[in-house]
Design a protein around this ligand. Structure first.
Ligand code: PMP
Length: 407
C-alpha cells in the first residue's frame, strides 16, 4: 500500500474475505476523506441556496460554490471563470455542446469527425446533431493499437469539418490523443474541436489554452470528487454565441410574460438550483490533487499502467491485450481466451478484486476490436504494484478455474 491509500476510507475494508483491491477507477474513482469531509461540513455548517440569499449562510454557500469554480478554472488554466459551466457530468456537457452549438452552426454541407473509439456519451449526441442538421458523421481511421496517425487524420480534415468530437484519453485502451495538433488542423479550416476529457483530467495536466481546444468536458466523480457534478469548459466567444438548453430559475436576467433575457456567462447555462454540494466536493478534490501535484499523479498513473501491461503480458500466457504497448493512461483492457469477461470479473471479485467487464459504453469500438466485451483493470493514485500482483494471482486462478476453455 502506498502513502495515498490511507486517505481513502473505503479502501480499508475487506470484500469477500480479502482486502479490497479497487481496479475500477475509470468507472469512478474513490473519494479521499478530505472530499467526504468537505461535503459533510457544507451540509452541517453552511447549507443554503446560492446567488439569492442576503443572509450569512447564503453568502457563505455562494462564496464556496463560486470558489470551486475558480479552482476548476485554475486546474485547467481557463482564461476566466465565465468559461467554466457546472453541470451533471461529461454526458451533460457534451449534450449541451451538441445541441446548442451544433444546432446553431451545422448545415447539411458540414461534417462532424469522430473516432470509432468514442464513449457512447460522445457519440450519440453527435448522431442526434447530425440527424437534426443533416450534417454527416465521419470517422478517423485508427491504427491497430488504437492510436491516430496524424498524417492520415490531416487528410480527413477539410473546410467541411465543422466539429471534431474526440476523447482525450480512451476509456478502453488508455490511448492519449494529440489534441494540440488536431486543434491546429481544424482551426485552419474554420472548425472547432470538442473534447471528451472524462478520462484525462483525472490523470494528466490539462491546459485548455495551450491545447487551444474549443470545448472540453469532464466529470467530478472520476477525479476524486462526488457524483452528480461535472464541468463544461468552452471558449468565452463561443459560449457567448450559444443559446442555453435549459430554461428556468437562476439563469435569467429579466422575465416578461412573453419574452425573457439570460444572465451572463457562466450562469446562463446553469438553470435551476445548482449542484452546490457537488461543486464544493469537486473543489475539495482539486485541493487534494494539488496537494499531491498533478504531475506526480500523471507519472504514477502512467507507470502503474505500464507495470500492469508488462506484468500481464509476461505472466498470463495467451492473454489478449488491447491498445498501445506504451504511453497508456490509467488502465489495461484484456481478454482471457474464450472466458467471458463477466466470468473473469466474477472470479476476481471473489478474491476481493474489483474490475469492470463489458462493452464499456463503447459498442462500436468492441466491433472494431472484434470482441463482444473485455475486462478492464483501471488505476489511480491509491494503487501500487502490490495491487497488480494480486490481479496477476487472481487471473492465474481464473485460468485454472476455466482451464477447459482457456489453454
Ligand atoms: N466519456 C468517457 C471517455 C468516459 O469514460 C465516461 C464515463 N465512463 C463518459 C464519457 C461519461 O461520463 P459520465 O457518465 O460521468 O457523464
Amino acid at each position: 500500500m502506498n502513502r495515498f491509500h490511507q486517505d481513502f476510507p473505503i479502501l480499508k475494508q475487506e470484500v469477500n474475505g480479502s482486502p479490497l483491491v479497487y481496479l475500477d477507477s475509470s468507472a469512478t474513482s474513490q473519494k479521499p476523506a478530505q472530499v467526504i469531509d468537505a461535503i459533510d461540513a457544507y451540509y452541517k455548517q453552511i447549507n443554503s441556496n446560492v446567488h439569492r440569499g442576503v443572509h450569512t449562510l447564503g453568502t457563505m454557500a455562494t462564496d464556496a460554490y463560486e470558489g470551486a469554480r475558480e479552482k476548476v478554472r485554475a486546474l485547467i488554466h481557463a482564461r476566466t471563470t465565465k468559461e467554466i459551466i457546472f453541470n451533471r457530468g461529461t454526458t451533460t456537457g457534451i449534450n449541451l455542446v451538441a445541441r446548442s452549438y451544433a444546432a446553431a452552426k451545422l448545415t447539411a454541407d458540414d461534417e462532424i469527425l469522430l473516432t470509432p473509439a468514442e464513449h457512447h456519451s460522445n457519440l450519440i449526441p453527435w448522431q442526434q446533431a447530425a440527424k437534426s442538421s443533416g450534417a454527416q458523421l465521419k470517422y478517423f481511421e485508427l491504427e491497430p493499437d488504437g492510436s491516430l496517425d496524424l498524417a492520415k487524420a490531416k487528410k480527413m480534415i477539410t473546410s467541411r469539418t465543422k466539429v471534431i468530437a474526440i476523447n482525450h484519453v480512451s476509456n478502453v485502451m488508455g490511448t492519449i490523443h494529440p489534441l494540440k495538433e488536431l486543434a491546429k488542423l481544424v482551426h485552419a479550416h474554420g472548425g472547432v474541436i470538442a473534447v471528451d476529457g472524462a478520462q484525462s483530467v483525472p490523470h494528466l495536466k490539462v491546459d485548455v489554452q495551450d491545447l487551444d481546444v474549443d470545448f472540453y468536458t469532464f466529470s467530478g466523480h472520476k477525479m476524486f470528487g462526488p457524483t452528480g457534478i461535472g464541468v463544461l469548459y468552452g471558449k468565452e466567444a463561443l459560449l457567448d454565441q450559444m443559446e442555453p438548453v435549459e430554461f428556468g430559475g437562476e439563469m435569467i436576467d429579466h422575465v416578461d410574460l412573453y419574452e425573457s433575457t439570460w444572465k451572463e456567462l457562466p450562469w446562463k447555462f446553469e438553470g435551476g438550483t445548482p449542484i452546490i454540494a457537488g461543486a464544493i466536493g469537486l473543489g475539495a478534490a482539486i485541493d487534494y490533487i494539488n496537494s499531491i501535484g498533478i504531475e506526480v499523479i500523471e507519472k504514477h498513473d502512467l507507470e502503474i499502467s505500464q507495470y500492469a501491461y508488462d506484468q500481464l503480458a509476461s505472466h498470463i500466457e495467451g492473454i489478449s491485450l488491447y491498445g498501445p504497448k506504451q504511453g497508456r493512461m490509467g488502465m489495461v483492457t484484456f481478454n482471457l481466451g474464450d472466458v467471458h469477461p463477466h466470468d473473469v470479473a466474477t472470479v476476481l471479485d471473489a478474491e476481493g478484486i474489483a474490475v469492470r467487464a463489458g462493452h464499456h459504453c463503447c459498442q462500436p469500438l468492441m466491433r472494431w476490436l472484434n470482441v463482444s466485451a473485455t475486462a478492464r483493470a483501471s488505476f489511480h493514485i491509491y494503487n501500487d504494484e502490490s495491487d497488480i500482483d494480486r490481479l496477476i494471482k487472481g487471473l492465474q486462478k481464473t485460468k485454472e478455474y476455466f482451464g477447459h476453455v482457456f489453454r
